[in-house]
Design a protein around this ligand. Structure first.
Ligand code: NAG
Ligand code: NAG
Ligand code: NAG
Ligand code: NAG
Length: 331
């Protein structure tokens, strides 16, 4: 019971006292220490910031505040080489409120992104990425690149190396490369990477459409093959089973001139068929038996293969002959 009461008391005290916010610090590019206290939002009052490294005797007040809406939110303190291996003490003060903290900055170095990043294809046919970063001997890097906006591929680069090679790139693809760096293990490894450098590109930007095609091709090719084979088989079956179709593909059209006189020979009617050849729907060859008064196309009603000499004068065109031929053979 007393512990609960104490806890409640503590909580209420915490709410009313408005503890100064937490301070967080980073060594930026080994140039300065960046501390901030606005992680929980912009504070309502101007805190005064004091700091000192273990090696320093006294706290010094911040000389370069970072502000947000005219309120202090951070401080940039100068940094001397090697100081990050010492503890860093900070003090945030507003009136009677004081919050102190001890920071270990050894692993909290954030470098600026590499500069002068270039990409070029060298005579060895490989693509080479180069960059510049300070503290070469202490810095390890990570390169990432992607081809045609696909997934990024990350690759570690050893300490002190400032180049990276992409093997045998395809000039019809678009390569996008970035690099970032951090303090290497040998110099006190940092947990923070720098931001990525601005991407550099190499290759052709025109390949996006062909590539989309290439991606679709593996999906569609088998389908097309199957459909093509199916149609082929279907055609073959139709050719084998339907004489009518065969005749369409290989029409036997006789020379219209003198052969017309012997029309019975090229049709080669069966004897019975010849007699029963009476139908109404399609154009026939003999005009003199047509009822001229009706409309032209479907006017004919009777076909009587009779006098050969009469036929020769009345048949109109070879096309009508073909259609008649089809019809008669299918019967
Ligand atoms: C904080 O300090 C700045 C500059 O001294 C001042 O303009 C601003 O009004 C102060 N803000 C508060 C909340 O006191
Ligand atoms: C940038 O890189 C190129 C080639 O790697 C080099 O010749 C040039 O001096 C570099 N410039 C800077 C400012 O580092
Ligand atoms: C894209 O293709 C056009 C014509 O084919 C060419 O003129 C242009 O330089 C190409 N652009 C790139 C980035 O390769
Ligand atoms: C490639 O082309 C697209 C449009 O076709 C454009 O939006 C994009 O910025 C281009 N990228 C590069 C790296 O040139």
């Amino acid at each position: 019971m007393p512990t609960r009461l104490l806890l409640l008391l503590c909580l209420t005290a915490h709410v009313f006292a408005r503890e100064p916010p937490e301070v967080d610090c980073l060594v930026v590019h080994r140039k300065y220490v960046h501390c901030s206290w606005n992680m929980q939002g912009t504070p309502e009052v101007n805190y005064t910031f004091y700091s000192r490294f273990e090696s320093e005797k006294v706290f010094s007040v911040c000389s370069n505040y970072l502000r947000e809406n005219n309120t202090n939110t951070g401080c940039k303190q100068p940094y001397q080489n090697g100081q990050r291996f010492n503890s860093f003490n900070t003090k945030l003060v507003h009136g009677k409120q004081i919050s102190e903290k001890v920071h270990e900055l050894k692993t909290k170095v954030k470098l600026n992104p590499p500069t002068n990043v270039t990409v070029q294809k060298r005579s060895d046919s490989n693509l080479w990425l180069n960059w510049s970063q300070d503290y070469v001997a202490c810095v390890e890097s990570e390169v990432r690149y992607r081809v045609n906006n696909r997934k990024w591929e990350n690759n570690q680069v050893s300490t002190a190396v400032q180049e990276y090679c992409v093997n045998l790139p395809s000039s019809s693809s678009l390569y996008e490369l970035q690099v970032r760096s951090r303090m290497a293990f040998s110099c006190g490894e940092s947990i923070f990477w720098s931001d990525w450098s601005r991407p550099v590109v190499w290759g052709s930007n025109n390949s996006t459409d062909p590539n989309r095609m290439n991606k679709l091709m593996p999906v569609w090719t088998p389908v097309l093959y199957v459909v093509g084979a199916f149609i082929l088989i279907l055609l073959v079956m139709m050719l084998l089973h339907h004489e009518r179709i065969r005749i369409i593909f290989i029409p036997v059209v006789p020379k219209p001139s003198s052969d017309l006189q012997n029309i019975e020979d090229w049709f080669q009617f069966p004897k019975g068929l010849k007699e029963s050849f009476n139908y109404n729907e399609h154009p026939c060859l003999v005009r003199e038996y047509c009822h001229v008064s009706q409309s032209d196309s479907e006017a004919c009603s009777v076909f009587v293969p009779g006098n050969e000499s009469d036929l020769s004068t009345s048949c109109s065109s070879s096309t009508s002959t073909v259609s008649t031929e089809e019809e008669m053979i299918s019967v």
